[in-house]
Design a binder for this molecule. Structure first.
Ligand SMILES: [Mg+2]
Ligand SMILES: [Zn+2]
Length: 175
C-alpha cells in the first residue's frame, strides 16, 4: 500500500524542517503494524516541495525523516520503501503527486500488483495519483467531508482504525 506522510501519518505542519515538529496521528502506528501483519508492503510516497521552494534544506528533511522513522519504530513498524519528491510545483519534474510516477516506480521496483494496491492520503492529489496508477484509494479525512470530492475516492475514512477496516474489507472481498 502507498502512504502519504504529512496529514496522513503525521500532523501536517506545512514544510516540516525540525524533528520536533514530527508527531504521528492517532492510531497510525498501530494501523500500519496491523496492515503489515496482513501482508501489505508499506510504501511512502510524499511530496516535500519545501526543499524545492528553498524553505527546507536536504539535511533538515533528512532529520525530519529519521525522526518519523524512529516514531514508527516504536510501534514495530518499518517501511518497505520511501519515495520523496523534493520538487516545487511548476519545476520540471514528473514525480510530484498528483502524478502517479512515484507509485509506478515503486510498483516496478517492488513488483506490486497495482490493482490490488491501495493509496491512502489526505488530499485530492493523493486520490488522483492513486487512481492514475490504477490503485484503490482511501481518503483519510478527520473532518467531515461536505464538498463534492474530485476525484472521488473509493473510500473515505475518518480515522486510522476506519482505514484499516476499509482496506481489510475490500481486500477480503476480493479473495
Ligand atoms: Mg498529505
Ligand atoms: Zn519531483
Amino acid at each position: 500500500m502507498f502512504l502519504d506522510r504529512d496529514g496522513t501519518l503525521i500532523y501536517d505542519v506545512g514544510y516540516p524542517r525540525d524533528p520536533r515538529q514530527v508527531q504521528l496521528l492517532p492510531g497510525a502506528g498501530q494501523a500500519l503494524k496491523k496492515l503489515k501483519e496482513q501482508g501489505f508492503l508499506l510504501v511512502l510516497v510524499s511530496n516535500q516541495s519545501g526543499i524545492g521552494r528553498g524553505l527546507v534544506t536536504a539535511e533538515q528533511a533528512e532529520q525530519v525523516h529519521q525522526e518519523f522513522l524512529s516514531q514508527l519504530e516504536r510501534y514495530g513498524v518499518q517501511l518497505d520503501a520511501v519515495y520523496y519528491c523534493p520538487h516545487a510545483p511548476g519545476e520540471q519534474n514528473r514525480c510530484r503527486k498528483p502524478s502517479p510516477a512515484m507509485l509506478l516506480q515503486a510498483a516496478k521496483e517492488l513488483d506490486l500488483d497495482l490493482t490490488r494496491s491501495f493509496m491512502v492520503g489526505d488530499k485530492a492529489s493523493d486520490v488522483e495519483a492513486g487512481k492514475r496508477a490504477g490503485c484503490q484509494t482511501v481518503l483519510l479525512s478527520t473532518k467531515p467531508v461536505l464538498d463534492e470530492l474530485d476525484p472521488m475516492p473509493d473510500e473515505v475514512a475518518g480515522s486510522w482504525p476506519e482505514v484499516v477496516q476499509c482496506i481489510l474489507g475490500r481486500s477480503g472481498a476480493r479473495g
